[in-house]
Design a protein around this ligand. Structure first.
Ligand SMILES: O=C(O)c1cc(C(=O)O)c2c(n1)C(=O)C(=O)c1cc(C(=O)O)[nH]c1-2
Length: 240
């Protein structure tokens, strides 16, 4: 009987690992999705834009839920403190503040009542599944994979800036004050992705861990892509 096992593959160097993570964003991030491209070229109708705001709010309001699941997996006060700040960024220190509140104001700037966004009864089935998929991924997987999945945020700040420019230029019927959510996310996303990248580079020492981190990031790109697929399809169905 041959008891020899194949040697474990060598881990990638930190530089190569980081380059592979960044390449996932370059290849698969949802800034290339046809719906985002139409949004940025000013081709969305008011109904399409409103449908996106309602459905994206479903993603938004679950971000602090998945961050609470990640926080529960972290085993030091320093790490939990770092991750708790993300929850506070979204939920705010008190009523009327924070990212979720700013997203509700974006809705109001587009003539969507906050009660309607909060009721969530028009959220599309595909969006519910995509968001559930992300929350459950963070619930069930290792801290490394859950944190690696957040690394789509490496690409988000550039997208936020493109989005603010596109809204100001093409959708002036949305009050510019409503864009505060995106403006705030540029610096928050930079800081969050830097912190998450440092953790992932430190934690993933074996090739297996590195490959799991890359796979987690690909999965997250699929979540964001599927969400936009669902929103895009609903608009096309309406036009038929
Ligand atoms: O509007 C976007 O395109 C976009 C993308 C992403 C992302 O790349 O995951 C996030 C956000 N926005 C965002 O606002 C946000 O708070 C956020 C948190 C996270 C995360 O996975 O922890 N991603 C994102």
């Amino acid at each position: 009987m041959n008891t020899r096992t194949a040697p474990l593959p060598e881990p990638w160097s930190p530089a190569e690992f980081e380059a592979r993570l960044r390449a996932v964003g370059e290849e698969q991030y949802h800034d290339r999705h046809p719906f985002n491209i139409r949004m940025h070229s000013g081709d969305l109708s008011p109904d399409e834009l409103r449908r996106w705001i309602v459905n994206r709010f479903h993603y938004q309001r679950h971000i602090p839920v998945k961050d609470a699941l990640i926080t529960a997996k972290l085993d030091s006060p320093e790490l939990r403190r770092m991750w708790l700040r993300r929850i506070q960024d979204h939920d705010g220190p008190r009523d009327g503040e924070g990212g979720i509140e700013r997203w509700l104001r974006l809705g109001e700037a587009a003539s969507l009542e906050r009660e309607m966004l909060l009721r969530a009864d028009s959220v599309l089935p595909g969006v519910r599944l995509a968001v559930d998929g992300y929350v459950n991924f963070c619930r069930l997987r290792s801290p490394l994979e859950a944190v690696a999945a957040s690394l789509t945020e490496l690409s988000a700040p550039d997208l936020m800036r493109t989005r603010v420019d596109a809204f100001e230029r093409h959708y002036p019927w949305i009050d510019a004050d409503g864009l505060a959510y995106f403006r705030t996310r540029v610096s928050q996303g930079r800081r969050d992705s830097r912190e998450a990248l440092d953790l992932v580079l430190t934690w993933a020492r074996s090739r297996d861990g590195q490959e799991r981190a890359v796979a987690a990031l690909r999965f997250k790109c699929d979540v964001l892509w599927s969400l936009l697929d669902a929103v895009d399809r609903a608009g096309r169905r309406e036009q038929e």
